[in-house]
Design a protein around this ligand. Structure first.
Ligand code: FAD
Length: 414
């Protein structure tokens, strides 16, 4: 059996694995990436938020992405019947990126891995991790190729960036039920021949058809648009027939988008992902760290997935480099607590979205520009900025402002 050695083994070549590998490679650390699929491969998660630009920039992956002319995303738009709430990332409390992209992930992720391969990073595609054996000071990972040939990789550290593959959470029994309500999603791509020209492409639109059910519309620069519904699992399962029938019936719920997408062929049979939210008992252990979706995934509602994937990759890769240089690392505070702080902020917004409190603030008739800028920073992914009251006091503030919005409505006799 073939046996190899590396300092760091990265499982999965999505944005999380790519950012981690880029950082370590730049630091001169020996790193190897193993990826189950051949790229390009489809994955969902197409609307980015500005914070991830910091990570791509920090590891030198921004220029290769810029060359692809992906659709520029400058904000987000929420619709509820006739009401509209728009966020513009240039009007936010925290300094930072005020734009990002909307991307077909197959091309986006391949751009990242192509760039890494060009630089000389060792990435092996169509190699699936089957088992990991943790020893005293290293681990031995068994991988297999398409023909069933196995080989072993000895590593000092493993970064598990395997997304919903959730390799180490499965193998080490780290899975834990998420606190986020059970939601599922059905989605596809459409050739958007009735796309209105002008500004609309520059933002994701969320069409809120009920408190817990909403449609995303994400236009790409290649003329295609991603459409997808998110809602309670039981509700989405109550739609019958093929996935195409289900999505077409769901599309009838959208007054804004039904006509635009009616009768247009779907690029692929819509896919359904059930019970999306994922959580784990711990984010790291001796010789390993979990990043991206392999660690936590909340909900698609604020498009935070890729940003958490790149944030966790960047932070963990820095800590591994530090430890390999012989410096002390406190994984509990420097990684786990740091990541969970950000997750908790987003988690409040996701939960309060589905209780309806955040929707009250978004769709109020008496919008407060200061509050809007502060919430905009959260939606841009700047959830570690404690100067933002909507980060620092997230638990309390969303509920309080929603309550005041109710009182204002009552006083106005609405
Ligand atoms: P991935 O991008 O999933 O990459 C993981 C890689 O690991 C894959 O290539 C996989 O093949 C590989 N792998 C898996 N198992 C193994 C194995 N055993 N061995 C080797 N390799 C393996 N996020 C956003 O930012 N914006 C959005 O608009 C958004 N919308 C979403 C909508 C839905 C319905 C869902 C479910 C998620 C959405 N997300 C969104 C989240 C987003 O999909 C993820 O957060 C993001 O892709 C995570 O990146 P990653 O690098 O952790 O994992």
């Amino acid at each position: 059996m073939k046996k190899e050695k590396t300092d760091v083994l990265v499982i999965g070549a999505g944005p999380s694995g790519s950012v981690a590998a880029a950082y370590l490679f730049n630091e001169g650390i020996s790193v190897k990436v193993v990826e189950k699929n051949k790229f390009p491969r489809f994955v969902i998660g197409e609307s980015l938020i500005p914070r991830c630009m910091d990570h791509f920039e920090a590891v030198g992956l921004l220029d290769c992405l810029k060359e692809k002319n992906f659709e520029i995303k400058t904000g987000a738009r929420f619709l509820q019947g006739a009401k509209v709430c728009e966020f513009d990332f240039s009007k936010k409390h925290t300094k930072g990126w005020d734009w990002t992209w909307q991307v077909p992930r197959a091309e986006f992720d391949k751009t990242l891995t192509d760039e890494l391969l060009k630089r000389g990073v060792d990435i092996e595609f169509e190699k699936e991790v089957l088992a990991v054996d943790f020893k005293e000071n290293h681990s031995v990972t068994t991988i297999t190729d398409q023909e069933g040939n196995s080989s072993e990789i000895e590593a000092k550290f493993i970064i598990d960036s395997s997304g919903f593959g959730r390799v180490l959470p499965r193998l080490l029994d780290l899975e834990k039920p998420s606190e986020i309500p059970k939601h599922s999603s059905i989605f596809t791509h459409v050739k958007d021949i009735r796309r209105p020209s002008g500004w609309e492409g520059h933002r994701i639109t969320f069409d809120i058809v009920s408190q817990e059910t909403w449609l995303w519309v994400i236009p790409f620069s290649n003329g295609y648009t991603s459409i997808g519904y998110v809602g309670p699992t039981e509700y989405l399962e109550s739609f019958e027939g093929t996935m195409e029938n289900r999505l077409r019936n769901l599309m009838k719920l959208s007054d804004h988008y039904h006509d635009r997408f009616e009768a247009l062929p779907y690029v692929f049979e819509p896919k359904m992902i059930k019970n999306i939210a994922k959580s784990v008992k711990q984010l790291y252990g001796k010789g390993f760290v979990l990043t991206g979706n392999s660690a936590e995934f909340l909900d698609p509602v604020f498009s935070s997935g890729v940003t958490f994937a790149t944030e966790s990759a960047h932070v963990s890769a820095k800590l591994i480099a530090k430890e390999l240089r012989g410096e002390e690392v406190d994984w509990e505070t420097e990684y786990s607590q740091y990541m969970l702080e950000g997750v908790e902020v987003f988690s409040t917004y996701v939960k309060e979205w589905y209780t309806g409190n955040l929707q009250k603030i978004f769709f109020t008739d008496s919008e407060n520009p200061l509050i809007k800028e502060q919430i905009c920073s959260v939606l841009a992914g700047y959830v570690w900025d404690k100067t933002n009251p909507f980060v620092k006091n997230h638990h309390r503030l969303v509920r309080t402002v929603a309550h005041i919005t109710d009182l204002e409505k009552e006083n106005a006799g609405l």
